[in-house]
Each structure stands twice: as structure tokens, then as C-alpha cells.
Ligand binder design. Structure first.
Ligand SMILES: C[S@@+](CC[C@H](N)C(=O)[O-])C[C@H]1O[C@@H](n2cnc3c(N)ncnc32)[C@H](O)[C@@H]1O
Length: 208
């Protein structure tokens, strides 16, 4: 048995709605975070008692649901995705989980709302939208965090392509993720690291 398989086998089954959404996402070919990343988000939300969370990239609300299930009673998540078809599914699952009131779905492109986003002192910003826009998201999102708040970023290994030898055939996403990783790790506003969790998970604490 592989190490990852072993770790998965000894952990609790996720919430039944999380399992159902995983299957639906798989059936429809929707990119969602790895289950291990979902668990990590849940643990962070519990540890921080995070009650102000911004998510960029909702899709079917799989990562949103992991975080929503861990929210303290007065917690709020703002989750951003212009795709109304996808977020209608997210809204259905969040309602079934009893979390509809805790989550605001914003159907606009992230770069349209970030410059004027009215919330401040966020505990967590979770970035999982357009890979070529990650640098722009980071620039605009860090000032929205409280000091010690976390920016979490998915797909920093980009399915093995970030670490591969650079080639002229590399996609715009691969190039963007490699460039982002350098920017993220040297951002003086953050104490940042990248974990080999799921598809590569960036974690940066706001220090300035
Ligand atoms: C990887 S999926 C998000 C997965 C989700 N975080 C999860 O784990 O369940 C990326 C999402 O970004 C959305 N997206 C595309 N353009 C966007 C934009 N400009 N701003 C925000 N989200 C965008 C897509 O519609 C897609 O649903």
C-alpha cells in the first residue's frame, strides 16, 4: 500500500455531503481540490477559528463545503466564481449542509471584485481560480488579510508540470505557476511555504 493510500485509509470518512460532491465533481469533470487539501483547509479553519474567509474559485463548492463545515457559528465565507451553473450546485450543497446563510456566492470575475472588495481583516484567502491570474490575485488579496492571516493557494505543483524541465511547449498555466511560486516565496509581506500536499499547497502568513 502506498503512503498516501495508507494515510487516507486511517482517517475519518469525510461528511456524507463532501463524499457526494466529490463524486458529482468527478462525474462532471469539475476540477476540485484533493481530499487531503480539503481536510487541511478544515483543520486550518478550526485552528484559527476563522470567521472571515474569501475564496477565489468556487466551482461546485467542494472546498467551500470543507471550510463551511468547520466555520465557527458567526463565520462567513465570500466565494467568487463567474460560472453561475457551477455555483448553483455549490449553493444547493451548502443549503443541504445548513450553511447557506454563512456563504455569499459572488458571480463575478475575481479581478473585477478584488480592487473594491469591501471586507478587511480576513482570516483566510483561498486562491483556486485562473492560474495565469494568481500573481494579480496575490497582490490584491494580501492587503485584505489581517496580520497573521493566511493566504492558501492550490495547484502550485500543477500536476507535476511545475517541477518538470522547462520546455518551449509549456502551457501559459505552467509558466504562470512557476513564476508565481517564486513571487509567492519571496513576497516580503508573507512568511510563505509550499507543501507537497494535494497538487501543491501554498501557505503564507501575513507578517507585514
Ligand atoms: C479549480 S476550480 C475551483 C475548485 C474549487 N475551489 C473546489 O475545490 O471545489 C476553478 C474555478 O474558477 C472559476 N473561474 C474562472 N474564471 C474565474 C475568475 N475570473 N474569477 C474567479 N473564478 C473564476 C471557474 O469557473 C472554476 O469553477
Amino acid at each position: 500500500m502506498g503512503e498516501l493510500e495508507y494515510l487516507e485509509r486511517i482517517q475519518h470518512e469525510p461528511h456524507p455531503l463532501v463524499l457526494e460532491l466529490e463524486q458529482l465533481g468527478q462525474r462532471d469533470g469539475i476540477p476540485i481540490v484533493a481530499r487531503s487539501t480539503g481536510r487541511f483547509l478544515s483543520t486550518l479553519v478550526h485552528a484559527m477559528q476563522a470567521n472571515r474567509i474569501l475564496e477565489l474559485g468556487t466551482a461546485y463548492g467542494y472546498s467551500t463545503l470543507w471550510m463551511a463545515l468547520a466555520l465557527p457559528p458567526a463565520g462567513r465565507i465570500w466565494t467568487v466564481d463567474p460560472d453561475r451553473g457551477r455555483t448553483a450546485i455549490a449553493a444547493r450543497f451548502l443549503a443541504r449542509a445548513g450553511k447557506a446563510q454563512a456563504v455569499d456566492i459572488v458571480n463575478q470575475p475575481a479581478l473585477d471584485i478584488l480592487p473594491t472588495f469591501p471586507q478587511r481583516n480576513l482570516d483566510i484567502v483561498f486562491i483556486d481560480a485562473v492560474k495565469t491570474e494568481y500573481e494579480a490575485y496575490l497582490e490584491l488579496a494580501v492587503p485584505l488579510l489581517k496580520r497573521s492571516g493566511l493566504v492558501i493557494v492550490d495547484n502550485l505543483l500543477w500536476h507535476g508540470q511545475a517541477a518538470a524541465d522547462p520546455s518551449p511547449a509549456d502551457s501559459a498555466e505552467t509558466k504562470a505557476i512557476r513564476a508565481f511560486n517564486r513571487v509567492f516565496l519571496s513576497d516580503s509581506r508573507l512568511d510563505a511555504t509550499i507543501l507537497p500536499l494535494g497538487d501543491g499547497t501554498g501557505v503564507g502568513a501575513r507578517v507585514l
